[in-house]
Design a binder for this molecule. Structure first.
Ligand code: CS2
Ligand code: MG
Length: 409
């Protein structure tokens, strides 16, 4: 079998998504996700201008060799643009291999280790009442594990918290990149945040009891000592994990946080390679790997980092926001099925429009997510539907302190 075409499809049903479609001389096609929220066209051009022609004539079955070729031959390694482009090729080739074998990708990765993946949903509120409603709505949707984000008195606009109450039945697409020419500006005050968050978790535990699995995302906004303080003050509320408590590039920060708190730590949604996790896993400074298949070079390296993590009892907590396309999401669900050290999968359902462009086999029943048993990844791209939604410029928001200083994401 030989690759005969590689096309890049950009579509924006509610968000921008970049998809690579690889076609073979035997008529089999495969798709991969290359979406980088807010920087989508950089990856589309990397693929179109630098990678597509390298694929033509190559054997689609040689996935590992293709990955190593794209990674090593470019000289310029790592980085989100490069790794999202490599991820798309890797996923598309796994999709083709699955279709050629007549098997879902998780079977090729070793087969199912479980009936389906436990997931967590997102709840938020501008006050405790609104938060409780949001938690109840998530429970009604079948979630038993819930990430809790809340407004903080004194902070006007906060990432991850819906700015208005959702109409009943309507689900908030958390953290959309606004489709505007400039990023939205939000504000931030770490002291106010550190004072407020423990009071919210106390209220949630009081209302919902000890069993509910609770998580919280710090979005890289604390210093190591502040993160240690937060971890410590949240210990009585038994979090499943505290996510991205400090900026990811200062990895030594986690050593300090770890010395002071037993709150489990999850990190790595902005990491690109296994090397970003190497020391954190070996030194057992984290408990959950937050990588997403799309930003981590695809299925092949995600499986590798998890096999390495298994030696240290570190588990998966793959990043599953709606800015990972249904293709990238399916890719990591297949990995989650096949690894022994699965932890918990973030699951934010895509919008109806997105689902009309990407036809999926995914099911979420009885609290468990399953990628389906269609050969390959189990996602088909409807190109006619995709063409209805052209790219729109979009930016993630950012935040400034009271005095105007730009703060950590
Ligand atoms: C978030 C993401 O899901 C999460 O944990 O941190 O929503 C993140 O902000 C976006 O994926 C950024 O693109
Ligand atoms: Mg996060």
């Amino acid at each position: 079998m030989k690759i005969t075409a590689a096309e890049v499809i950009v579509t924006s049903p509610t968000r921008n998504f970049v998809t690579l479609k690889i076609t073979t001389d035997e008529g089999l096609t495969g798709i991969g996700d290359a979406t980088l929220n807010g920087r989508e066209l950089a990856v589309a051009h990397y693929l179109k201008d630098h990678v597509a022609q390298l694929l033509i004539g190559k054997d689609p079955h040689a996935i590992e060799d293709m990955w190593q070729f794209l990674y090593r031959s470019s000289y310029w390694r790592r980085g989100p643009v490069t790794m999202a482009a490599i991820a798309a090729v890797d996923m598309a080739l796994w999709d083709i291999k699955g279709k050629a074998a007549g098997m879902p990708v998780y079977q090729l990765l070793g087969g199912a280790c479980r009936r389906g993946l436990s997931t967590y949903g997102h709840a938020s509120g501008r006050d405790v009442e609104e938060l409780f409603d949001s938690i109840r709505a998530e429970q009604e949707h079948g979630y038993t594990a819930i990430r809790v984000q809340t407004s903080v008195p004194g902070i006007k606009a906060l990432y991850g918290v819906a700015a208005q109450k959702q109409a009943s039945g309507e689900r908030y697409d958390y953290e959309p990149a606004q489709r505007t020419a400039q990023p939205a500006e939000e504000d931030w005050d770490t002291r106010a945040y550190l004072r407020h968050v423990p009071t919210v978790f106390e209220a949630v535990r009081h209302e919902f009891g000890p069993e509910m699995i609770l998580l919280h995302d710090g979005h890289h906004r604390m210093t190591p000592l502040q993160a240690a303080q937060l971890g410590k003050s949240l210990e009585p509320y038994d979090l499943f994990w505290l996510e991205d408590c400090t900026p990811a590039e200062n990895q030594e920060a986690l050593r300090l946080v770890r010395q002071h708190t037993t709150t489990p730590l999850a990190i790595g949604e902005v990491f690109n390679t296994i090397w970003d996790f190497k020391d954190l896993i070996r030194e057992q400074l984290i408990d959950y790997v937050r990588a997403a298949s799309t930003h981590f070079g695809g299925i092949s390296p995600l499986k590798k980092v998890m096999d390495y993590a298994a030696m240290y009892q570190v588990k998966s907590g793959f990043h599953g926001p709606t800015d990972v396309s249904p293709v990238g999401f399916a890719a990591q669900v297949h990995v989650g099925m096949a690894i022994h050290n699965f932890g918990l999968q973030e699951f934010m359902p895509h919008s109806e429009k997105t689902n009309s462009v990407f036809r999926q086999q995914l099911t979420f029943e009885g609290g468990l997510l399953h990628p389906g048993d269609a050969p390959g990844l189990g996602v088909e791209l409807d190109e006619k539907e995709a063409a209805k939604y052209p790219y729109q410029q979009a930016y993630l928001p950012y935040n400034r302190l009271n005095d105007g200083t730009v703060h950590d994401w």
